[in-house]
Design a protein around this ligand. Structure first.
Ligand code: PMP
Length: 455
C-alpha cells in the first residue's frame, strides 16, 4: 500500500512502503481525506483510533482556523507550545470577569472559590500523573522552574564533593544547566550518558556509569528533538539499586501519552502547562511525598510560612511551603480546563492516532531527495527533526512560513543532542492530536516546491 491509500489520492513524495496506518475494514467508498481515512479506523483493537479523530480536537481550537500569509495555518510547532482550546480561553475569561481573587489568605467568598479552583487544579494534575495525593504536586512556572527548584532545594542538601548526576546527551538545556549550577556549587559532577546512533540512550553505557557516587539521574520522558522515549521505568529501577533519585522531565510526554508516576517509580516528575494545551507560566512538579517532606523550601515569602518571627520562622506543610508568593491562579484555572479537555478524549486512542500520523509524516518526508530525519528509535513521539541538503534550517522555516506552515529551526535547546549528529541547527516539525494528514501533505508539498525552486 502507498500513502495514497490513506487519502484516496497520492500523498506528496510518498514511497511505496510499509503501511503506517492500519487498514480500515473494507468500505464502500474511499474516504474523502486522509483525516477521514484515519478517523474511520476500526473502533478497537491494535492500531485502531477508537473514538478519536483529530476533528474532535480541531473544532475546539480557534487559532487553527486563522490564516497566515494568506494560507490556512498549519501548526507544526507543538514541541515549542501547543494551541489552546476555546474551553481554556473561556475559563480564563470567566475567571477574570467573575471570579478573580487571591487564594488562601482571604476570608471572603471569592477567595474561597479561587482557593477551591486552585486546589481542584492540583487534584487534576495528581490524577493526570497518577500521583498518590494532590499534596505531592507543586505548582511552578514550568518545567524549567521545577528542575531549578529540585536542583536548588534537594540538590543543595543531597549533593556533595565527588557525587554524580547522570544526564543523557538527549536532554533539553533546562535539564542540563540547573545541574551544572548546583554541581559547581557542591563540587559534584554532571556526567553525560551517551546516545546510540538511533537516538536512544545507550543503556549499556548507562548501566556502566551508574555507581554509588550517583545521587541523581535526570532524564526526559520524551525528547523534544529526537522524539525518543527512553525506557524510564527500567532506568529508574536500575538507578534505585544504587540509591540514586530519578527526575523525569515530562515536558514532551504528557500531551502525547498517559503517564503514571507511581508505575515509573519516579522520584520527581515535571511538565509545563503550555505544552499540554494550557496557558504559559504554569506547570507542575510532582515529588514522592517522603522526598518532598525532606526538602527545604526554595523561595521564601508569603504563603509558604506557618509563623514568622525575627527569632524563628516555621513553614507551611507541603506543598505550600514550595509555593512562595502569589501563584499563577488564572494559569491553574486554565490548566484545569486544559486537562479536562485532554482527558475527555480516549488517551490511548489519541496516542495511537499520533503514532500513525507520525509514521505517515516520516514516510512522506523521507521520500524527499536530500532529506535526513534525525533519530529512528522505536516508539518515538511525533517529533520530526530534519535537515534538507542545500537548505539552512532557518531558510526552510521561513519558506514554510510563507505557506502558512509553522515549524521551528535552530538548536531546539538541545545542543548536545544535535551535536551527536554533527549539527548545530535543524528544522523540526512537531505534531499534536489536532494535526491531520493534510497538514503533513501541506508540509511535504511546500518542501517539494522549495527543492524545485532551488534546482
Ligand atoms: N524539557 C523539554 C524536553 C522541553 O521540550 C522543554 C521546552 N521546549 C523544556 C524542558 C522547558 O520547558 P519550559 O520552557 O516550559 O520550562
Amino acid at each position: 500500500m502507498t500513502t495514497c491509500d490513506l487519502a484516496g489520492r497520492e500523498a506528496p513524495g510518498s514511497p511505496p512502503a510499509a503501511d503506517p496506518v492500519p487498514s480500515a475494514a473494507p468500505a464502500p467508498a474511499a474516504p474523502a481525506t486522509p483525516a477521514a481515512a484515519i478517523a474511520e479506523q476500526p473502533p478497537a483493537g491494535p492500531g485502531g483510533h477508537g473514538a478519536f479523530s483529530p476533528d474532535m480536537a480541531r473544532k475546539d481550537i480557534p487559532v487553527l482556523h486563522r490564516t497566515v500569509n494568506g494560507h490556512p495555518l498549519v501548526w507544526l510547532d507543538n514541541g515549542a507550545t501547543t494551541q489552546k482550546p476555546r474551553q481554556v480561553i473561556e475559563a480564563l475569561t470567566t475567571y477574570y470577569a467573575s471570579a478573580n481573587s487571591n487564594i488562601h489568605r482571604g476570608a471572603h467568598t471569592m477567595a474561597r472559590e479561587a482557593t477551591e479552583g486552585y486546589e481542584q487544579g492540583r487534584a487534576a494534575v495528581a490524577d493526570l500523573l497518577g500521583a498518590p495525593a494532590p499534596e505531592s504536586v507543586i505548582f511552578v512556572r514550568g518545567t524549567t522552574e521545577a528542575i531549578n527548584l529540585v536542583a536548588q532545594s534537594w540538590g543543595r542538601d543531597n549533593l556533595g564533593p565527588g557525587d554524580e548526576i547522570l544526564v543523557p546527551v538527549l536532554e533539553h538545556h533546562s535539564n542540563i544547566v540547573p545541574w551544572q549550577h548546583i554541581a559547581k556549587e557542591r563540587r559534584a559532577r554532571v556526567v553525560p550518558v551517551p546516545l546510540q546512533q538511533d537516538g536512544q540512550i545507550d543503556l549499556d553505557a548507562y548501566a556502566d556509569l551508574l555507581s554509588f557516587r550517583t545521587q541523581l539521574v535526570a532524564l526526559s520522558h520524551a525528547s523534544n528533538v529526537l522524539g525518543t522515549v527512553p525506557p524510564v521505568r527500567e532506568m529508574t529501577a536500575l538507578a534505585h539499586r544504587y540509591g540514586a533519585k530519578v527526575l523525569v522531565d515530562g515536558a514532551q510526554a504528557v500531551a502525547h501519552f498517559p503517564v503514571d508516576v507511581q508505575d515509573l517509580d519516579a522520584d520527581f516528575y515535571t511538565f509545563s502547562g503550555h505544552k499540554v494545551f494550557a496557558p504559559t507560566g504554569i506547570g507542575a512538579l510532582y515529588a514522592k511525598p517522603e522526598v518532598l517532606r525532606s526538602m527545604r523550601p526554595w523561595q521564601g515569602g508569603g504563603n509558604m510560612i506557618d509563623s514568622v518571627d525575627f527569632g524563628h520562622t516555621s513553614y507551611a506543610p507541603v506543598p505550600h511551603r514550595f509555593e512562595a508568593g502569589t501563584g499563577h491562579i488564572a494559569g491553574v484555572v486554565g490548566l484545569l480546563s486544559a486537562l479536562k479537555w485532554l482527558t475527555s478524549f480516549d488517551r490511548e486512542a489519541v496516542a495511537r492516532y499520533e503514532t500513525d500520523l507520525a509514521a505517515y509524516a516520516q514516510q512522506a518526508l523521507a521520500a524527499l531527495p536530500g532529506m535526513e530525519i534525525l533519530g529512528s528509535a522505536p516508539g518515538r513521539v511525533a517529533v520530526l527533526t530534519f535537515t534538507l541538503a542545500g537548505h539552512e534550517p532557518a531558510e526552510i522555516a521561513e519558506w514554510l512560513d510563507q505557506d502558512g506552515i509553522a515549524i521551528r529551526a535552530g538548536h531546539h535547546c538541545a545542543q548536545p543532542a544535535l551535536r551527536h549528529y554533527g549539527l548545530e541547527s535543524a528544522a523540526r516539525a512537531s505534531l499534536a492530536l489536532y494535526n491531520t494528514p493534510e497538514d503533513v501533505d501541506r508540509l511535504v508539498q511546500s518542501l517539494m516546491r522549495l527543492r524545485e525552486t532551488a534546482a
